[in-house]
Design a binder for this molecule. Structure first.
Ligand code: CP3
Length: 356
């Protein structure tokens, strides 16, 4: 596995995804790499006025996407947007309460569902996002892979049903128990919207896409199959039909043992691992099927120190026998220290240099 080409691939991250190729040093990017821990992000966000205006102003959204690439030289840029733009494009109200997070008008009845637009109608609202992708595909360095993304149906539905983030997705679980036809119709609508949304991002220049199922961990047993795995499989297979060769990263956060076999069952080219997953276990049970991404604890971007180096090396070693993309196990937090991020990139690249 370690016989990498003498010359490094033109786009190391895409090579790891596409061919399931071992690349040294492993390509690196971080979830939420464009965000409040960076002073230049805070300045651009202030210029935009608020978070949603930043998402819908292509020049500024492209600017914040590029900031962490300039500063740290990551191997991938992830489109700056949010998973909750899709419910808004379907007709839900969306706003952000300062210091609290997202708020949405709720969808809990057949009448609410009937008011949502059809999946194909999202493009008008989301046109600025596609324009951001086009700007980025012109402006990114050639070696940087451009990743598009969407929220997975279950995670997005959990916000739409509750009208906000919830610790246990209680309202969505209740709707599922009490009115399954309405819940299933919402999941279906979101599955269709996700396909057309990701497809349009790819047409605009996204080279890979990632599906964020941040709350997959609260789905147990048959529910996990029905609402995490099946929608992921439907989305991946529809995308593969329309855009063969564009890799998909799946992030069923909190899946635990269900990470084993998820890539094969969903058709995803790579699975992103959260911080709860033991790298040694995942190397045996998950990486045997292809590329894995992860999974450093974002806390170490705040704390730094000797633990940052030790943990980074432990993850690098554990996944050294196969394709690996280095990342955190969840998004970087606003209190992270940019110097720790720079150190992380150095540790990964220095470790990789000794293996070539
Ligand atoms: O990773 C990236 O840098 C790309 C951009 C991105 C954002 N959100 C920007 C953002 C991505 C991929 C997301 C995904 C997202 N959004 C998820 C799934 C991933 C995860 O973290 O679990 C979820 C659940 C959301 C919904 C959402 N958006 C919440 C709950 C919040 C509020 C939390 C907070 O940190 O304030 C957001 C806002 C948000 N999305 C911010 C950013 C940079 C912070 C907004 C700000 O500038 O104030």
């Amino acid at each position: 596995m370690s016989d990498t080409a003498a010359r490094p691939p033109a786009k190391p991250l895409l090579a790891a995804l596409l061919a399931g190729q071992r690349v040294d040093p492993p390509p690196i990017w971080l979830m939420r790499q464009a965000g409040r821990y960076l002073p230049e992000y805070r300045a651009t966000r202030a210029k935009a006025g608020d978070f949603l205006s930043l998402c819908y102003t292509p020049e500024l959204a492209a600017e914040v996407t590029l900031q962490p690439i300039r500063r740290f030289g990551f191997d991938a840029a992830i489109l700056f947007a949010d998973i909750l733009l899709v419910p808004q494009a379907l007709g839900a109200d969306l706003w952000f309460e300062t210091g609290e997070g997202p708020r949405l008008s709720t969808v809990t009845t057949p009448a609410d569902l009937a008011r949502l637009k059809p999946a194909e109608a999202i493009h008008e609202h989301l046109a600025p996002v596609y324009e951001t992708v086009r700007i980025l595909s012109r402006e990114l360095p050639r070696e940087t892979t451009l990743i598009g993304f969407a929220g997975a149906p279950w995670t997005v539905a959990s916000y739409m049903v509750a009208g906000r983030g919830t610790p246990d997705q209680g309202p969505a679980h209740r709707l599922k128990a009490e009115d399954r036809p309405t819940f299933d119709a919402l999941i279906d609508r979101l599955t269709e919207a996700t396909v057309v949304y990701l497809s349009a991002q790819i047409a605009a220049g996204a080279e890979a896409v990632k599906l964020f199922d941040s709350w997959a961990g609260s789905l147990k047993g048959e529910d996990f199959d029905r609402y995490a795995l099946v929608p992921a499989r439907r989305i991946v297979s529809a995308l593969k039909e329309r855009h063969p060769g564009v890799p998909v990263i799946a992030f069923p956060r909190g899946a635990g043992e269900r990470y084993a076999g998820f890539a094969r069952a969903s058709g995803a080219d790579c699975v992103a691992l959260d911080t709860a997953v033991d790298p040694a276990w995942a190397a045996r049970e998950v990486q045997k099927d292809g590329c894995v991404q992860g999974n450093l604890d974002p806390r170490l971007m705040v704390e730094g120190g000797a633990a940052l180096e030790a943990e980074t090396r432990r993850i690098l070693e554990a996944f050294s026998g196969g394709p690996h993309i280095f990342n955190l196990g969840h998004g970087i937090t606003p209190d992270a220290d940019p110097d720790n991020v720079a150190r992380l990139v150095d540790i990964v690249r220095e470790w990789g240099a000794t293996r070539r």
